[in-house]
Ligand binder design. Structure first.
Ligand code: ADP
Length: 349
């Protein structure tokens, strides 16, 4: 099936800065794709190239199989929501939402009906006559969403839409976006975020970006459980990356960590370079020292509401993080156990 969105070798430079390097990526109709990466990795630039706000210096952008690289933004039929709401302050909510429809010369009666429809869709039906300054941040962002949806876009672009909201509101908005997605199953969403939690909560698939490049793309589960690169393992899961010696190749492979020999699952091709085990903090076992455990010292303890976070120093000097339900004294000698079957990645990927 023709993808709803396709980047083919798209590169963007700003002066001498390479903001996007030969991006190849497609998004299926109805799919929610998160572009995830640290600040400056090229996520917004990819979105802008898709929206038509920046012109690629190489490559092409397709919407529904049509090459739109040379089309101006308003001819691409996309909905766009950005971090800062960007509502017109002197216009009431209904006029803000109607703006794109009027620009498209939609008949007046239909404008009114569509404005009411999308305001209801985002739960803002009662606020049509307010000015943006009379709304909370979360409400303004809902209006911005309604405005983007009013033109019934096939593809909705969201650039860090929740980052101006506080944590509690963000949770509400994630729930709201999930509900919206269920109500608009044919709408394709491309969602830019630096927040792994948001990406995992909302996306069907995640494209991980770093230094203007796509690192890897895959389903949330795939990237979370079987990251192919060290970067994804650390960025997406806040996983410990524990250097280990490769004893034997294979699936599973065998690795050595101190005196312990473990099995591990290589998630990509392993080169000759050093390898590391990706171990999530909640999978690290901590108890009394014993024959089957790795000796470690507790370096720091923090209470996290649901349990304790420990910083542990392994005998070889590596520091790892564990999340456990009972606490330990700082300085205590403990025994650490790492489960078999953790993902194994090449260091430096
Ligand atoms: P992200 O969205 O992942 O934070 P961006 O796509 O905004 O990253 O930026 C990628 C790179 O391009 C960064 O180095 C950024 O400083 C640079 N950049 C982005 N927009 C511009 C611009 N208008 N002019 C110059 N450099 C830019």
């Amino acid at each position: 099936m023709t993808p709803a969105v396709e980047f083919r070798g798209v590169s963007v430079h700003f002066g001498r800065t390479r903001a996007l390097d030969s991006l190849d990526l497609s998004v299926a109709r109805g799919e929610t794709l998160a572009l995830l990466g640290p600040s400056g990795s090229g996520k917004s630039t990819a979105l802008k190239a898709l929206a038509g706000f920046v012109r690629p210096d190489a490559g092409r952008v397709f919407l529904d199989g049509e090459d739109v690289t040379d089309l101006p933004p308003h001819r691409r039929g996309l909905g766009v929501v950005v971090q800062s709401y960007a509502l017109f302050p002197h216009m009431r909510v209904d006029a803000n939402v109607a703006f794109g429809l009027k620009a498209r010369r939609v008949p007046r009666a239909e404008v009114a009906a569509r404005v009411a429809e999308v305001l209801d869709l985002v739960g803002m039906g009662a606020y049509a006559r307010r000015f943006p300054r009379e709304l909370s941040g979360g409400q303004q962002q809902r209006v911005a969403l309604a405005r983007a949806l009013a033109i019934r876009p096939g593809v909705l672009l969201l650039d860090e839409p929740l980052s101006a909201l506080d944590a509690a509101l963000r949770e509400d908005m994630i729930a709201e976006l999930l509900r919206l997605r269920a109500e608009l199953p044919d709408t394709t969403l491309v969602y830019v975020t630096h927040d792994q939690g948001e990406a995992l909560a909302l996306a069907d698939r995640i494209a991980v970006m770093r230094d203007a490049r796509l690192v890897e793309a895959g389903s949330c589960e795939q990237l979370y459980r079987r990251p192919a690169t060290e970067f994804t393992a650390s960025f997406l899961g806040a996983a410990n990356l524990i250097p280990v010696d490769l004893v034997s190749h294979g699936t599973p492979a065998t690795v050595r960590l101190g005196e312990r020999v473990l099995t591990a699952e290589p998630t990509g091709a392993l080169g000759p370079g050093p390898v590391a085990l990706g171990v999530r903090p909640h999978r690290v076992g901590v108890g009394a020292p014993g024959a089957d455990t790795l000796p470690a010292l507790v370096r720091a303890v923090r209470w996290r509401g649901t349990g304790y976070r420990l910083d542990l120093e392994l005998a070889g000097g590596a520091t790892i993080r564990a999340e456990v339900s009972e606490t330990f004294a700082v300085g205590a000698a403990v025994g650490v156990s790492i489960p078999d079957g953790c993902p194994l990645v090449e260091v430096g990927t």
